[in-house]
Design a protein around this ligand. Structure first.
Ligand SMILES: NC(=O)c1ccc[n+]([C@@H]2O[C@H](COP(=O)([O-])OP(=O)(O)OC[C@H]3O[C@@H](n4cnc5c(N)ncnc54)[C@H](OP(=O)(O)O)[C@@H]3O)[C@@H](O)[C@H]2O)c1
Length: 270
């Protein structure tokens, strides 16, 4: 059976944990060689060895997405080591829970620096290469927080709304260039990022592999936007279009609990 991504070459940021790790493993399962980008080399090596047991190539590249030059070097290394690049999954990100009234500007800037500008550093590093070869997929992990504001996530929501807007424009401007842009909007996924908070029983945390499968689907079918899980996320966006009061209520009854007094963004390489 022919694999969906046989012979393709992919790079994933935030591949050392959670959704990025699941995405790297899934892309490899579908036949791609993968460059794994994040700061924690040890965890990246672990993912790389799993990929190699699948018979795919895995390249470990240590980089901080907030460092534009470092990201350019990382993308160059991925292209050189893999012998080209077809897929770039912009995924690295951090999360901060803190009521808007208590946020400090340095906290907001830090989230923006990683989640928004970090992602743009990747886009500007890989886009010239994809435009020159007239093909390639840039897929980003946004969030349902990039479609509907959810308390107490104001800093994170701001960064994800910015990312959503940027990628929607990028996708339209790149129409006809051969470069595909896909945006994935996960709801809550069972990853270390939200391990410290609990979900209501009716909306449990999802398996990060469901997001990884959406990444593959976006690449293969050239999907512009995918929400995960589809039904409940569509329900929320429809509710929001009809009545913001109704969608505010939906968000309130489904809210995450725990750790609501504000913490420093978890962004130290561990
Ligand atoms: N979990 C959810 O419920 C959920 C829902 C919607 C969207 N998302 C989004 O999905 C993406 C992945 O989140 P996750 O849940 O998988 O979180 P996670 O398990 O905490 O993983 C985050 C990844 O980002 C990397 N990272 C963080 N800061 C970085 C930096 N400055 N430079 C390079 N890499 C950095 C981390 O690697 P190192 O520490 O090794 O650098 C790690 O691999 C994020 O963009 C997040 O906002 C998550």
């Amino acid at each position: 059976m022919k694999l969906k991504l046989q012979g393709k070459k992919a790079a994933v940021t935030g591949a050392s944990s959670g959704i990025g790790r699941a995405s790297a493993l899934r892309l490899a399962k579908e036949g791609a060689d993968v460059a794994l980008i994040a700061r924690n080399r040890e965890r990246l090596e672990e993912v790389a060895s799993l990929i190699r047991t699948e018979g795919r190539r895995a390249v470990v590249i240590e980089a901080d997405v907030t460092d534009a030059e470092g990201v350019k070097t990382a993308v160059g290394e991925a292209i050189k080591e893999l012998g080209g690049l077809d897929i770039f999954h912009c995924n690295a990100g951090i999360y901060l829970r803190c009521p808007a009234k208590d946020l400090r500007m340095d906290q907001i800037r830090k989230v923006m620096e990683v989640d928004y500008f970090g992602c743009l550093n990747c886009v500007y590093a890989v886009l010239p290469y994809f435009l020159a070869q007239k093909s390639g997929s840039i897929v980003t992990t946004c969030s349902m927080d990039g479609k509907k504001g959810v308390p107490p996530d104001a800093a994170y929501v701001g960064a994800k709304f910015a990312m959503n807007g940027f990628f929607q424009v990028l996708r339209q401007e790149l129409r006809g260039s051969g470069v595909h842009v896909g945006i994935i909007y996960p709801s809550r996924m069972d990853t270390p990022q939200i391990a410290h908070v609990d979900c209501p029983k009716i909306t449990p945390k999802g398996d990060p592999d469901t997001v990884a499968k959406a990444v593959v689907r976006s690449v293969v079918k050239k999907k512009k936007e995918l929400m995960v899980p589809s039904f409940s996320c569509h329900l929320l966006t429809w509710a929001d279009a009809i009545s913001p009061s109704f969608s505010d209520w939906l968000v309130r009854v489904n809210r995450l609990s725990g750790d609501e007094n504000g913490v420093e963004p978890i962004n130290e390489a561990k």
